[in-house]
Design a protein around this ligand. Structure first.
Ligand code: HDE
Length: 701
């Protein structure tokens, strides 16, 4: 799984080695004139005033002054990666898109993002995640601009400014940053109840993913696919991660926000650098296009609804692998411009009123964000097939167009370019399905959009007891941060429509009476596929902290190797930087690390006792007689956090177990084990493949 590396445990050093830097012979002005000095301005004498004629100074400062562009109004914080999509070919029966033909390989660029925070905000905020994919197909660019949650807050694009204004920092003091835990958000969503289903997903573990590599993706809206002979089907897109769907605990999310705000960005880049290339399979739920746009009572044009997989299975039609990090964040990840209307023949939109409004928004926003209408020429946005759009001029025009007749019809350019011909047997362009439409112009909400609660209830009730506990805690936290009691009461009333037990738990945390439901809500069949608990998944790229004292654990090199051989990434954690006796580089020191960086801990050998620590020890001794009862408090903290976060803690010998005792952990706890070196790789892989030691903290309710 792993690639050759000069610094096997230090991707940072690898990254620096790889950076090509500047390649030209010498530094020049932007006009290419050689420069002999870029450290001193042109002055009158050594200590005199600077001269206006210093062109290099003015040019350098001018360019610097304009380095920033407006950040995205939503999804400002993101991380990207390049990769490939390979089609399985089985979609050819219902979609004529060229990139879905058998074994066809297509380059892709993906950008993951949070929604609410600014560009510099933390990755681990409780939020929806964007999952936008650009396919550079031979028939033009196809953008699948989705999220990690299959439902949305609103049913009509005209409400988008309202929900975004509500979740963004409150405008008087511009706080809180990247959080929904404030009055304006809960004010809006408790009044605009179509948002209740999406907020329920946000309050679940899906709102705090473990990694971008461990998220599902959803197209959210229903799209239309055109098959051979012009037969149309309705589809919902899904991305299924090979590593499974996993989440952080709330404690981890909050810790990471301070200890490593770039947690998800780093995780994605490190995994790709380590050769643990993330993979997703693309799938579709396929529905008959019978003119009703309805499936088993679910209005497929209502983007606040999803279709449970148990009712309509996801058919897998291809695989995406992300195998290359961007070389330049700004040029690629920042300047990439997605648009749900970037479609290819065979894929079309539907009348979902949210999707229709999006078709306006993305082109419009790029004009300001990327400074003019020619952003399709920026390398990351350019199609890889030839473009002949007859568009001319405008800011930042990079093409030098030939000819004198950029209009149609013309005779001066011999009538070029000609229109594409319909494929054999095709009666209409596969980009524009001749859907019949008629009706009265009106502003109204369809009756089939009016159920705002039953799917939120279905989602909540389909989860495991532990996941439901997390939801109760999340609502209690978020509403606990609201100052206005009317807003809290109104939201708890919404919860009462969804589930009485949930409403009672949240009400109790807020010190409110538990409200009774006021509506009759349908009890839909549950969808076990929604739960993240249970099952095992590949452990590729999972980070294992090998905690040692110095000079180190005698077999630390072998230990790191067996862990790496399983596809996981070992990181040596020691009291200070440098190397262990066997020559292993120390990756993290007790000072620089927190539990959030590791999926499991391996405590190896004698760890320094508390007396050696440079900070006072204040922990209670635990059980276990005949082994050390004290340990460096930073190791104790690491172990306690890992324990609370239900992570495996494996000790290679009695000496190491001392830190477990010093941390006061109960003996015989699941996932806290003394193992010998031979069985360690197997035990570790088994525990990590389950993501967490779920049995450690049985659910309360
Ligand atoms: Fe977006 N959205 N959105 N959105 N959206 C943007 O476009 C908008 C919606 C999504 O990594 C913006 O280029 C409206 C749903 C992603 O660059 C903007 C509406 C879904 C990204 C915009 C929606 C999304 C965006 C901001 C309601 C999931 C990040 C910058 C009608 C299916 C793409 C930009 C990236 C970005 C508008 C609703 C996903 C302002 C008006 C539903 C993943 O144009």
């Amino acid at each position: 799984m792993t690639t050759e590396s000069a610094h096997p445990t230090n991707p940072e050093a690898d990254r620096r080695d790889k950076a090509p830097g500047q390649t030209s012979k010498h530094l020049t002005t932007s006009q290419g004139s050689p420069l002999t000095d870029t450290d001193h301005s042109l002055k009158v004498g050594e200590r005199g005033p600077i001269l206006l004629q210093d062109h290099h100074l003015r040019e350098k400062i001018m360019h610097f002054d304009h380095e920033r562009i407006p950040e995205r109004v939503v999804h400002a914080r993101g991380a990207g990666a390049h990769g490939k999509f390979v089609s399985y070919g089985n979609a050819a029966d219902f979609c004529v898109a060229d990139f879905l033909k058998p074994n066809k390989q297509t380059d892709v660029f993906v950008r993951f993002s949070t929604v609410a925070g600014s560009r510099g905000s933390m990755d681990t905020a409780r939020d929806t995640r964007g999952f936008a994919t650009k396919f550079y197909t031979e028939e033009g660019v196809f953008d699948l601009v989705g999220n990690n949650i299959p439902v949305f807050f609103i049913q009509d694009g005209i409400k988008f400014p309202d929900i975004v204004h509500a979740v963004k920092p409150e405008p008087d003091r511009e706080i809180p940053q990247a959080q929904s835990a404030h009055d304006t958000f809960w004010d809006f969503v408790s009044l605009h109840t179509p948002a209740q289903a999406h907020t329920m997903w946000n309050m679940s573990d899906r709102g705090i993913p473990r990694s971008y590599r461990m998220m599902e993706g959803f197209g959210v809206h229903t799209f239309r696919m055109i098959g051979p002979g012009g037969k149309a089907s309705l589809v919902k897109f899904h991305w299924k991660p090979k590593l499974g769907v996993h989440s952080l605990t709330w404690e981890e999310a909050q810790l990471a926000a301070g200890a490593d705000p770039d947690f998800h960005r780093r995780d994605l880049a490190d995994a790709i650098d380590a050769g643990a290339y993330p993979e997703w399979e693309l799938g579709v739920q396929l529905f008959e296009d019978d003119g009703t746009a309805t499936f088993q009572g679910i209005d497929l044009l209502d983007p606040t609804k999803f279709v449970p997989e148990e009712l309509c299975p996801v058919q897998l039609i291809g695989k995406m692998v992300l195998d290359r990090n961007p070389s330049n964040y700004f040029a690629e990840t920042e300047q990439v411009a997605f648009h749900p209307g970037h479609l290819v023949p065979g894929i079309d939109i539907t009348d979902d009123p949210l999707l229709q409004a999006r078709l306006f928004s993305y082109l419009d926003t790029q004009l300001t964000r990327l400074g003019g209408p020619n952003f399709a020429q920026i390398p990351i946005n350019s199609p890889k097939n030839p473009v002949n759009d007859m568009f001319r001029d405008g800011y930042h025009q990079h093409n030098i167009h030939e000819g004198i007749a950029p209009y149609k019809p013309n005779s001066l350019d011999g009538g070029c370019p000609f229109m594409a011909e319909l494929a054999n047997g095709q009666e209409f362009p596969a980009l524009e399905y001749p859907q019949e439409t008629a009706g009265t112009k009106q502003r109204s909400e369809p009756v089939s959009f009016s159920d705002h609660y039953s799917q939120a209830r279905l989602f909540y009730r389909s989860l495991s007891a532990q996941e439901r506990d997390h939801i109760k805690q999340a609502y209690s936290f978020e509403l606990g941060k609201c100052a206005d009691n009317t807003i809290r009461e109104r939201q708890v009333q919404c919860l009462a429509e969804i589930d009485a037990d949930l409403a009672a738990a949240v009400a109790s945390a807020l010190g409110l009476p538990a409200p009774a439901p006021q509506q009759d809500i349908d009890d839909l069949p549950l969808s076990p596929a929604l739960s993240q608990v249970g099952g095992t998944w590949p452990v590729d790229g999972r980070q294992i902290g090998i905690v040692v004292g110095l000079p180190g654990y005698p077999q630390d090199k072998e230990l790191a190797e067996v862990i790496r051989a399983k596809g996981m990434t070992p990181l040596i954690v020691a009291p200070h930087g440098g190397k262990t006796e066997s020559g292993m580089e120390v990756d993290r020191t007790y000072f620089t690390t927190r539990s959030i960086e590791f999926d499991a801990l391996v405590l190896a050998g004698a760890l320094p006792p508390a007396a050696d620590a440079q900070v006072p020890l204040d922990t209670k001794a635990g059980a276990g007689v005949g082994v050390p009862q004290s340990a460096d408090p930073r190791v104790v903290l690491l172990v306690q956090e890992a324990y609370r976060q239900s992570k495996p803690i494996l000790c290679l010998d009695e000496a190491a177990y001392g830190a477990v005792n010093a941390a006061g952990l109960p003996s015989g706890d699941p996932g806290v084990e003394l193992v010998d070196a031979d069985s360690l790789p197997g035990v570790l892989e088994d525990l990590v493949s389950r993501h967490r030691v779920w049995g450690r903290f049985p659910a309360e309710g």
